[in-house]
Ligand binder design. Sequence first.
Ligand SMILES: [Zn+2]
Length: 260
Amino acid sequence: MTDREAIRQGDDSDPGRLADLIARASRILVFTGAGVSTASGIPDYRGPHGVWTTRTSVLYEDFLRSDAARRRYWQEKLEDREQFGDARPNAVHHAVVDLERAGRLEMVVTQNVDGLHAAAGTSPRRLVEVHGTTREVECQRCGARSDPAPHFARFAATGEPPRCDCGGYLKPATVSFGQDLRPGDLARALAAADRCDFAVALGSTLSVQPAASIPRHRQPGSHRPRSSRRGVPPHRRRRRRDLPGRGEGSAGTALKGAAA
Ligand SMILES: [Zn+2]
């Protein structure tokens, strides 16, 4: 089995090999999905008991045009917040922070909106939350961002979806169904995918597009400048072309081991 195949399959039979590959990489892209947050008590919305199976998520266009939709949206988010709002980062989030401190983290690209990478201490310049975050509220007109707490408190008390001082509708700063990913975020993620010498996907089935294409991204015909390849040992040159891994169990363990 080649390295690439081992990583693609998550290689549950040989987590040591994956740990070794991670340990030898120097510019690691870590792509995380819902499976990384389940250990923090946040359910995988795409799993069998996911919230998405029991209620309809509000489409962005409906949020913008319907007061009833905005009420339903804020009510769902309030319930989520009451249930999961005090979730704390777990060992995987902390291992990613350790990688950054060791100077080996190119970027964390996460599909999760729980803000747990930021809460663990991953710095903003090393973090792309492609689906946004629930840790801030954003005005849909002027773009102003603010702390969600007072808005949720007011909604809980009045049942009225909050508005910005400018009159715009406020919404947690997540990318809703029917809403495009932010182009700047996507560009940062793709650039990081192009720079990294190793990409690993944790807790994601890589099934949500377009975010899931990021760890596999390579610019057509791209290559590193010749000068930067000097002194790079052959095994690292090869790593450059490895595909990302999946299999959260072994990969998560390997990441913790490599970052220790
Ligand atoms: Zn505003």
